[in-house]
Design a protein around this ligand. Structure first.
Ligand code: HEM
Length: 523
């Protein structure tokens, strides 16, 4: 009894210390400006959850300056940092000391396995070195043609929708994000595995259905909480968990984990089958057997065979599956959001839309499949895409944790501090981009401001060793889709007074699926 009482008193003292005394009176970060401290238990977390993705961080920066201190759940210290000096230290010079927080890697790792998102330090360096060649310009040039198989299907789907209605010339409202999500899944499946997922025409395709189901019911906050339980991530992706997944029905708040586990299982099963096929193909590959397959998995399988003998590090078969799941997870919804927001901005700026059409139309007189070099030279389209990624970054914020105590840009940051990187606020910083930083003005990319820093003024793909490996591929893919769409269709808002509705999740996608009025362009 005495021991129990002592435990209860100690717990009480510790809770008072962690939730009240430390954040309010002892934390070295209490001198950094920030919003007034909120509830003891959840801190500013509810405000972040309720706001549009990345919007509250921007509001706080506008009000309190380039370094803002907030408090997370259970009195956890958080710092929002904006200045290039801080970003350079966190992402480039001292990146190993600022890894992704455990909960972030656990959630990402659940869907993508042990891949680039979950490793850091030496293992990350080796893994990235093994994978980089698959994203080289030479491979992207070879791959670009694959994108058009899916883009052409998308164009036909839209044309069918528009012509099969009583008054085709009036156009039709189409939910753009839904279709961009399908076309980007088909493209990444083809580019990553050489696999035709056919999401555009067959929503029952195993992989397309598994992805569609993956994100529907389980919200990220619940997933993050589950991922905190030791061993849970490994368990959720195990065959055993899949066998007894119905047990989750007994716990109504997490009943949807059942379908999540099922989707994961199905994704992995397809990935394993595909890997087996690639291995067999690699075994049969000889120089005189026709063209080599150009999808990312074939390249990685061939490289892993070579590296078995040439160097110490080799991607194991399981690691190969995880990499490809990583590319599917990272390179599908992000690109779909990027394309959708670009079409939204063009729908609201008919002048820019006509200018893009005028630039791309001559190209399409010669070919329906402009290649890497041709797409690269479309300068105004490039400006439009850069401006769209600046204003509507598909990843609106990201996070890191301080693995040791150190000074960052003049602030003493204790070990364990969570660092919030406000990508949306960085991209629209008026000190760099001027008073019209929030305005869509593609031409600004032709005459960049003096304060522009190529690494830290737009952080949509972040910077340093963990920067997005798919950056060039995404921009190329966005260009191919947007050029083809704009040359075939005209886009306008679906109704008067329509506003953008970015959701508040890890990626920033249109919460309403982005309805737009689409009309055929006479060619
Ligand atoms: C417009 C599209 C995209 C955007 C905005 C985007 C953004 C990002 C961001 C912000 C990160 C860093 C996350 C962090 O560390 O906090 C990242 C990492 C990553 N992205 Fe992308 N991404 C896009 C498309 C793609 C594509 C198409 C692929 C692959 C096919 C891809 C693969 C990856 C991978 C593997 C990482 C982890 C890199 C590492 O840690 O070494 N992404 N991306």
């Amino acid at each position: 009894m005495l021991i129990l009482s002592l435990c209860a008193v100690s717990c009480l003292f510790y809770s008072v210390y962690r939730l009240i005394v430390y954040p309010r009176y002892l934390s070295p970060l209490r001198v950094v400006p920030g919003p007034p401290l909120a509830g003891f238990l959840l801190g500013h977390f509810p405000q972040i959850l309720q706001s549009q993705a990345g919007a509250i961080q921007k509001e706080w920066i506008d009000k309190y300056g380039p370094a803002v201190r907030t408090v997370g759940p259970l009195g956890q210290d958080r710092l929002i940092l904006l200045r290039p000096k801080a970003l350079h230290k966190i992402f480039v010079s001292d990146w190993v000391d600022y890894p992704r927080p455990k909960v972030m890697t656990a959630v990402l790792g659940l869907a993508t396995g042990h891949g680039l998102f979950t490793v850091t330090g030496t293992e990350h360096k080796q893994m990235r070195k093994a994978i980089n060649p698959a994203f080289s310009i030479i491979n992207l040039i070879a791959q670009a043609d694959m994108y058009y198989d899916s883009i052409e299907i998308l164009v036909n789907v839209f044309k069918n929708k528009l012509t099969k209605q009583p008054y085709p010339s009036q156009g039709r409202v189409i939910h753009i994000f839904e279709w961009m999500n399908k076309v980007t899944l088909d493209i990444i499946c083809d580019a990553a595995f050489g696999y035709k997922s056919n999401a555009l025409l067959d929503p029952d395709n195993e992989l397309a259905a598994a992805y569609a189901q993956l994100g529907i019911e389980l919200n990220i906050a619940k997933l993050a909480e589950l991922a905190r339980i030791p061993g849970m991530v490994t368990f959720l992706s195990s065959d055993l968990c899949h066998k007894c997944r119905r047990m989750f029905r007994l716990f109504p708040p997490i009943a949807s984990v059942e379908s999540f586990v099922d989707s994961l299982y199905r994704l992995r099963r397809v990935a394993k089958q595909l890997l087996a096929e690639k291995m067999a193909e690699a075994d049969a590959d000889t120089d005189d057997k026709g063209p080599m397959k150009k999808d990312i998995m074939s390249l990685l399988v061939r490289a892993s065979r070579r590296d078995k003998t040439e160097s110490g590090y080799r991607l194991s078969d399981d690691a190969l599956i995880d990499q490809v799941l990583t590319f599917l997870g990272a390179g599908h919804e992000t690109v779909a959001s990027g394309i959708s927001w670009t079409l939204w901005l063009l729908a609201n700026d008919p002048r820019a839309q006509s200018k893009v059409r005028d630039e791309v139309s001559p190209v399409f007189l010669h070919t329906d499949r402009p290649d890497y070099r041709v797409l690269k030279d479309l300068k105004f389209l490039d400006c439009v895409i850069m401006e769209s990624l600046r204003l509507f970054s598909p990843a609106p914020t990201t996070r890191r944790v301080a693995a040791k105590s150190d000074w960052i840009d003049g602030i003493y940051v204790p070990k364990g501090t969570q660092l919030s990187i406000p990508i949306r606020a960085i991209n629209t910083n008026p000190n760099v981009w001027g008073p019209d930083a929030e305005v869509f003005r593609p031409e600004r990319w032709l005459d960049l401001p003096k304060a522009y820093d190529p690494n830290f003024s737009v952080m949509s793909f972040i910077a340093g060793p963990h920067a997005c490996i798919g950056k060039t591929m995404s921009i190329l893919e966005m260009k191919a889709v947007i050029a083809t769409m704009v040359v075939n269709f005209e886009f306008a808002p679906a109704y008067a007074g329509q506003v953008a509705v970015p959701n508040s999740a890890i990626t920033m996608k249109p919460a309403d699926n982005l309805p737009l009025l689409v009309r055929l362009v006479a060619r």
